[in-house]
Design a protein around this ligand. Structure first.
Ligand code: GLA
Length: 401
């Protein structure tokens, strides 16, 4: 994996959104494993501005990397073992490099899955010791898992002396999660962790993996509001949605074989053959087909500075996610509604895999503080829940720090 030595994102990570920093993690590494100045790698979490559940349908997404992330320090060892220390869980896991364990619903599944995936791809990873620490809120729909995976990949590839294209690193990390961990995510989260750019969102074509960056204007802040309702890709609903989308795609394909993925279908296809689907399946497909159109339009609006249009598209995306895809929840709807009319709002919607997690709000920076305070109050009054609200900055992809 290519690295760059900018430490900007790392210092933001340490100073604004976390309590640990790179220097402290290196000290931990030195105490536990006897190597000072171990190389350290940071991979970010992400927030998706628009384009939900479109990735596994081969469609479009528009995420940005954020200044929450995972740091991994690494050093070689001689005893043919891999030892992982999690500073978050104060726990270490040691496995024999020769005899690799199965996933066991544990934090270590993610880093071990990455090693497994790299090896499957023919990349030999020598025995190593690693310290991990992250501050991406867990189960909040901000991709803590992908951040852990990509940080692990960056560190181990460095140790192995291998330089692999970033898109391939993302695919290998996705495979770790799909096959080793056993959760059926798409490519978005790993891709943005490996390819994001400071001050930019990234429009990704999830089939070709071609992408373009769209600048987020300096006067706009990413305000992320945590409903505090736990989200999980491993939970059944994510998989159910995927299955429903595949069911609808198969029906359209039976009429038009060029429709390999739902990405290939048009609103006209759905108008013609949607009645052959159960109503629920038709609505899932309608969400994805219209969401792809909205996502490309949103990237164009961002690029041309048409924030009004961007806000409108985000509102439509939330309604579609809520009503057609039924992936929202009461609290997320309250959070999105509460944002309407608050000072500085450009657009708000539920972000990520759904069924809880966070809303993303694009807000005029000068009003972001007031916006956040009012949003927190309105949400508390309506739900009784104290929300965490993060003011984030679109950040760089995985890099050495
Ligand atoms: C999760 C998955 C992604 C994507 C989103 C929904 O974050 O990991 O691949 O499917 O949900 O857009």
């Amino acid at each position: 994996m290519k690295t760059d030595t900018s430490s900007q994102a790392a210092s933001v990570l340490a100073s604004e959104n976390g309590t640990m920093n790179v220097r402290l993690l290196r000290e931990v590494h030195s105490k536990r494993f006897g190597q000072s100045d171990a190389p350290a790698f940071l991979a970010p979490g992400r927030v998706n501005l628009i384009g939900e559940h479109t990735d596994y349908a081969g469609g479009f997404v528009l995420p940005a990397a954020i200044d929450f992330g995972t740091i991994a320090t690494i050093s070689p060892r001689k005893d043919n073992c891999i030892e992982l220390w999690s500073q978050n869980f104060s726990e270490s896991v040691t496995v024999s490099n020769a005899d690799f364990p199965q996933a066991r619903h544990h934090w270590s599944d993610y880093p071990l899955g990455v090693i497994w995936s790299l090896r499957e791809a023919g990349v030999e990873i020598p025995p190593f010791s690693m310290c991990l620490w992250g501050n991406v809120p867990v189960a909040a729909g901000l991709s803590s898992s992908a951040s852990l995976e990509v940080a692990t990949a960056a560190a181990t590839l460095h140790l192995a002396g291998r330089d692999i294209p970033r898109s391939e690193v993302a695919l290998l990390c996705q495979r770790a999660e799909n096959v080793y961990v056993g959760s059926s995510c798409g490519i978005m989260d790993q891709f943005i962790a490996a390819n994001g750019a400071e001050d930019h969102a990234l429009l990704l074509d999830c089939r070709s993996l071609q992408f373009r960056l769209a600048p987020i204007p300096h006067h706009i802040s990413l305000v992320i509001a945590n409903t505090m309702v736990k989200h999980s890709v491993a939970g059944g609903e994510y998989g159910n949605r995927r299955a429903e989308v595949e069911e609808g795609t198969a029906i359209l394909r039976s009429h038009r074989p060029e429709i390999q993925l739902l990405r290939d279908a048009t609103p006209e296809d759905l108008a013609r053959w949607g009645h052959e689907m159960p109503d629920k399946v038709m609505r899932r497909c309608r969400h994805i087909i219209t969401e792809n159109l909205r996502t490309v339009a949103a990237a164009d609006a961002l690029q041309s500075g048409d924030l009004k249009k961007l806000g409108r598209l985000m509102a439509e995306a939330h309604a579609s996610y809520r009503d057609d895809f039924e992936a929202s929840c009461r609290e997320a709807d309250i959070m999105v509604d509460a944002a309407q009319g608050l000072p500085g709002l450009v657009g708000a919607r539920l972000t990520g895999g759904g069924f809880g997690g966070c809303t993303v709000n694009l807000v005029e920076s000068g009003q972001a503080e007031q916006f956040s305070a009012l949003l927190r109050d309105k949400y508390k009054a309506a739900t009784g829940i104290e929300a965490d609200i993060y003011r984030c900055h679109a950040s760089a992809a995985a890099h050495e720090v």
